[in-house]
Design a protein. Structure first.
Length: 159
């Protein structure tokens, strides 16, 4: 069995023959098996300074971009709005606010108006926080922390 640092691949002479890269070095079957076992356990195979394959920890994932963080927090807030609406029997926040201008059932109209006003306050706060983060005025809150600081829904029912 051979290993090429250029391709970071293994080559068997019986299979690859002349297609084996010129920088491929001989490794034992036991080394090959140990490297594959380590790879199966989450390690990555990479060449060492001498070109021999070694198993090592994978690099950390890249840090999320500002756009990814913003999209994640917006999605969490939207889910929070939907969860609150669903708790009162609406399909989602959009369905809840459609009742704001519907006087036929005062209870639903009160909920619709409350959801509509709350939705505006929530988004205003959310986007202010995200703008403050982008401006370097505050650290990035977790989705949970952001939701915890959002305005609360308040519904006043008719008598």
């Amino acid at each position: 069995m051979k290993y090429s640092k250029t391709t970071n691949g293994f080559y068997a002479e019986s299979i690859h023959g002349a297609a084996t890269p010129s920088d491929a070095i001989e490794i034992t079957t036991a080394q090959h098996a140990a490297l594959l076992a380590a790879q199966s356990a989450g390690k990555v195979i990479a060449p060492d300074a001498n070109g021999y394959p070694v198993a090592q920890d994978p690099p950390p994932p890249p840090a999320p971009t500002a756009e990814q963080i913003r999209a994640d927090r917006v999605a969490a807030v939207y889910a929070h709005l939907n969860t609150a609406a669903q708790a009162l029997g609406y399909d989602d926040i959009r369905a809840a606010v459609t009742y704001a201008d519907e006087p036929a059932v005062p209870k639903f109209q009160a909920e619709g108006r409350a959801f509509r006003a709350w939705r505006s306050l929530v988004w205003a706060h959310c986007y202010q926080v995200l703008d403050d983060v982008q401006a370097g005025l505050r650290p990035i809150p977790t989705a949970e922390d952001l939701i915890a600081e959002l305005p609360e829904l308040s519904i006043t029912y008719p008598e």
